[in-house]
Design a protein around this ligand. Structure first.
Ligand code: A2P
Length: 336
């Protein structure tokens, strides 16, 4: 690899793909050639990046010749099918889907949490599930201080997690409701507008959803701790693009609110937004389009001195997906 890199974005027309382009631009990622890939449907579509117009190409097994870094965000089946061709062509794949996350040979990485794992890759590095990334941004500093033993988390997830068309569906539902028309329902099992759906992804044999088990398994993999106890309830809300999570943790030693604030605030990528006297706490409306996750409602939990509760909000498309992927790419080139 040289100082400038040939980069492919697979799924460039999707919500995360579009954000990846924005972030590559904002962070001035050293790009030599940029290749924008999507499905056959988008072939020929024009997308502007910096001051140049690019034509979207259909993704095929031959799309990756000369590519150094391939950012995939086109769903797990496309990743399974096409990422091996990108690796074979010599690219490092950073995959936003769930396809390879739990593979032993594939590092699963949040750079602030376990960047040391990146360099164990054999061609593919997986970007974790968005809710897991956001939660770990506050869990990791607490874990390093007093080993988190147990996590109980409820999520309040935005429509963006289900992709660009799902965000559009929420908007169309609002427009239809205002006109007293029938609401379109395709991407979610029920109407999302004015509703709360306690199901994200499919149900598994243990009655948890796939999303909830991702939070369990991916957290254990990234913290290298198979004993950490986690119980998650994942819920979808009519919010456009930032996920919120109510988290309660049990630690191995006692913790004060002041200590928790200090630990979380000095961790990179998170900010404490917590002044209950002034009515200040993180909300998706204000955390959207920001790189930092925001933590508030930090309190000593009534369960005991070694328990803590807090509320975290993070932009699902940014830190929950596109930003995290680009940060992994930056670590790779830094180390090159
Ligand atoms: P397209 O726009 O051509 O359908 P989102 O998660 O926001 O819905 O985005 C999904 C992304 O994955 C889009 O860029 C979409 O492209 C892309 N995609 C879907 N199917 C394929 C495919 N068969 N090959 C490559 N990209 C695909």
């Amino acid at each position: 690899m040289s100082d400038l890199y040939n980069v492919a974005v697979v799924g460039a027309t999707g919500a995360v793909g579009e954000e990846m382009l924005k972030i590559l631009n904002e962070r001035n990622f050293p790009i030599k050639e940029l290749k924008l890939l999507a499905s056959k449907r988008s072939k020929g579509k024009k997308i502007k990046f910096k001051d140049k117009e690019y034509t979207v190409e259909e993704t095929t097994k031959d799309s990756f010749k000369g590519i150094d870094i391939a950012l995939f965000s086109a769903g797990a089946s496309r990743s399974r099918e096409l990422a091996p061709y990108a690796v074979e062509a010599g690219a490092v794949v950073i995959d936003n889907s769930s396809a390879f996350r739990m593979d032993q040979d594939v590092p699963l990485v949040v750079p602030e949490v376990n960047s040391e794992d990146i360099f164990k890759h054999k061609g593919i590095i997986a970007n974790p599930n968005c809710t897991t990334i956001i939660m770990l941004m506050a869990i990791k500093p607490l874990y390093d201080y007093a080993k988190v033993k147990r996590i109980i988390v409820s999520t309040y997830q935005a429509a963006s997690g289900a992709g660009a068309q799902a965000m559009e569906e929420l908007e169309k539902q609002a427009a239809a409701w205002a006109k007293n028309e029938e609401l379109p329902i395709e991407k979610f099992p029920y109407q999302l507008l004015f509703n709360v759906i306690p199901q994200v992804d499919i149900f598994l044999d243990n009655d948890y959803t796939k999303e909830e088990m991702k939070m369990v398994n991916e957290t254990r993999k990234m913290l290298h701790d198979d004993n950490i106890l986690i119980s998650a309830t994942c819920v979808r809300l009519p919010v456009f693009r930032a996920h919120s999570e109510a988290v309660t943790v049990e630690l191995e030693k006692d913790i004060t609110k002041e200590k928790a604030v200090e630990l979380i605030d000095k961790f990179p990528g998170v900010k404490v937004v917590d002044d209950i006297e002034q009515g200040i706490y993180p909300m998706p409306l204000f955390a959207s389009n920001k790189d930092d996750c925001e933590v508030g409602r930090i309190r000593e939990d009534l369960n005991g001195k070694n328990w803590l509760s807090f509320w975290i909000v993070g932009d699902q498309i940014r830190k929950g997906a596109a930003l995290n992927a680009v940060q992994i790419a930056e670590k790779i080139i830094e180390n090159n």
